[in-house]
Structures are given as structure tokens and as C-alpha cells.
Design a protein. Structure first.
Length: 205
């Protein structure tokens, strides 16, 4: 019983440190800037040793993934819970992606840094984000599957492959904003909306 309490206390302390690190990184990334912030500054703000910080994030890029994971996960969960189930696939997808674009628009400089640095991130938090992306693809594939049952999507369309195509269009829209080709608002609508509409036409029976 004593060892169990000690184990619970250690687990709670670990969560507390993770949260302090996450909050400190968020504060510095959004005020000082991602490029200008060092891991040493984050450790000092979180009141942990630099070596301790590296137990929670492999490097600064992995720290950025730690900061963004919970925010992205929260938006994904909230948007899928409120997706209009009887709406056409295009409207469902725009509902999902609008929430993500709104989140990115709250802190555009940090969002741009994340979109630049996330691909290829292989630290533990990057791996968690990869798992979140896989979950996102699966949930999109379920929307495609539902539309197959309603006849909007052809029976020969592979739902997971369709979801991967949809995600690629979404990420391309983000890249068009990040590179300055479009504003964030225009990258969503008309940019992403038109690209998704064209793709969905290819899904039809």
C-alpha cells in the first residue's frame, strides 16, 4: 500500500513537471518567439533542471510538439463530437478543418514554426503527434465510410486512402498560407474548400 502511494505520488510529480514545462514553453514561444527561445530558458521558467527537461522532450522541436499536441488533440476531439452527421462530406470536412485553422490563427507565428518543424520530428512528443495524426486519418475515414453507406462516395473508394488524400490537401492549404501564397483565411476558403470539392467529385459513384 505504501509503495502504491509512492508510485502514485511519483506519477503525479511527473505530470506536474510535464505541465510546468509545457506551460513555460508555450508562454515563451508565444511571447519571445520559437526561434528566439532556448531550452535553457524554458527549463528556467519551468523551474526544472535542463537535464530534467530533456526527459520530457528530446530537443526544442520535440518541445514544440509537446506544446502543440494537447491543443491539436482538443480541437480534433471537439470538432468530431460536433460534426454535422447528416451534412454532405464537404461540409463535414470544412467543419473539422475550420476548427484547426482557427486554432492556428490564434498564434500564427508559432503555428508557422510548428508546420515547418513538425514533419520528420521523431522525438517522443513527435511520435505522439504522429499517433494523433493517425487517429485523425481514421476518424476522417469513418466519415467517408458513412458517406459510402449514403451513396455519396463510391463503394470502390478505400476510406483510409481517401482520408490520406484529404489530409494531404489540408496540409497543402496550410503550406500555401505559411509560404505567403494565401492568407490563412483564404487558404481555408476558397483554397481548401475548392480542393476538397474537386477531390470529392472523384469519390462519387
Amino acid at each position: 500500500m505504501v509503495s502504491e502511494r509512492k508510485g502514485n505520488r511519483r506519477a503525479q510529480q511527473k505530470l506536474d513537471k510535464r505541465e510546468r514545462i509545457r506551460q513555460a514553453a508555450w508562454e515563451l514561444f508565444t511571447t519571445v518567439g520559437y526561434e528566439e527561445t532556448t531550452t535553457k530558458q524554458v527549463a528556467a521558467a519551468a523551474d526544472v533542471a535542463t537535464g530534467t527537461l530533456f526527459l520530457y522532450a528530446r530537443d526544442k522541436r520535440d518541445l514544440l510538439c509537446l506544446v502543440m499536441h494537447d491543443r491539436l488533440g482538443g480541437v480534433v476531439d471537439a470538432r468530431f463530437q460536433t460534426v454535422p452527421r447528416q451534412a454532405p462530406l464537404l461540409d463535414q470536412l470544412m467543419h473539422l478543418f475550420r476548427g484547426l485553422f482557427e486554432m492556428y490563427g490564434e498564434h500564427p507565428a508559432l503555428s508557422a514554426a510548428f508546420i515547418r518543424h513538425y514533419p520528420g520530428a521523431d522525438g517522443p512528443n513527435g511520435q505522439q503527434l504522429n499517433a494523433l495524426t493517425s487517429k485523425f486519418l481514421y476518424l476522417i475515414s469513418q466519415l467517408v465510410l458513412d458517406q459510402q453507406a449514403r451513396g455519396e462516395v463510391g463503394a470502390d473508394v478505400e476510406p483510409l486512402l481517401a482520408a490520406a488524400n484529404i489530409f494531404s490537401l489540408y496540409f497543402g492549404a496550410l503550406a500555401s498560407w505559411m509560404t505567403g501564397f494565401m492568407s490563412l483565411e483564404d487558404a481555408l476558403d476558397p483554397g481548401l474548400r475548392r480542393a476538397l470539392a474537386l477531390q470529392i467529385r472523384g469519390f462519387r459513384p
